[in-house]
Design a protein around this ligand. Structure first.
Ligand SMILES: *[C@@H]1O[C@H](CO)[C@@H](O)[C@H](O)[C@H]1NC(C)=O
Length: 189
């Protein structure tokens, strides 16, 4: 992963800002034939399902209702390009305080991150997560929460959106999950 400043859900987690990552600069001169660009929803879904397949969990399907909710929230976040705790979750809850959706958040500085990069960043939490012990050995300030939501077995549906911040450079992204994962006392898979 490039050493940019990232933030993710659950606890907002931030790594120190480092120099902007080098962008693949050769793409223009190498070939006049550009590969087809994978649509953003397909990128999000594919990388989620690759991470799930890697641990033997069935794939998610894309849900337009979740996508709309994610897009609405990403639109709010892009304005000041900061991650805020998502109060709308509890407000939309079932009445007993349980959230309707799970949610992962992402923010990165320096360039426009794709849906695939966003999902890959969350999925990368796998390296800290000890499934047998049900324990997360993430460095201080980081959690496995985004990863465990990605691979949460009981979650079946996904909807995501990414937005470029108003500064034109940084990225925010949101994925919504149904049914929500990260239930206290349960293992993801
Ligand atoms: C998409 O998600 C919403 C909200 O959870 C749900 O009500 C709806 O039935 C889902 N749509 C499909 C096609 O499953």
């Amino acid at each position: 992963m490039s050493p940019l400043l990232y933030c993710c859900l659950v606890a907002v987690l931030c790594l120190p800002r480092a120099s902007a990552s080098p962008v693949a600069a050769a793409s223009i001169s190498v070939s006049t034939v550009q590969p087809p660009v994978e649509p953003t929803p397909v990128q999000f879904l594919r990388v989620h399902n690759e991470a799930r397949a890697a641990v033997g969990v069935p794939p998610l399907s894309w849900n337009g209702t979740l996508q709309l909710d994610a897009a609405r929230y990403a639109g709010e976040l892009r304005t000041d390009c900061s991650l805020r705790p998502p109060p709308p979750l509890a407000a939309r809850g079932t009445g007993d305080g349980a959230p309707v959706y799970g949610r992962n958040l992402f923010k990165a500085y320096g360039r426009r991150h794709t849906g695939a990069e966003v999902a890959a960043f969350w999925a990368d939490g796998r390296r800290w997560y000890d499934r047998d012990a049900g324990r997360c050995a993430a460095p201080p300030g980081l959690t496995c929460g985004a990863y465990t939501q990605v691979v949460w077995r009981a979650t079946t549906q996904l909807g995501c959106a990414r937005r470029t911040c108003r500064n034109g450079v940084d990225t925010v992204a949101v994925c919504d999950y149904y049914p929500p994962g990260n239930i206290v006392g349960q293992r993801p898979y």
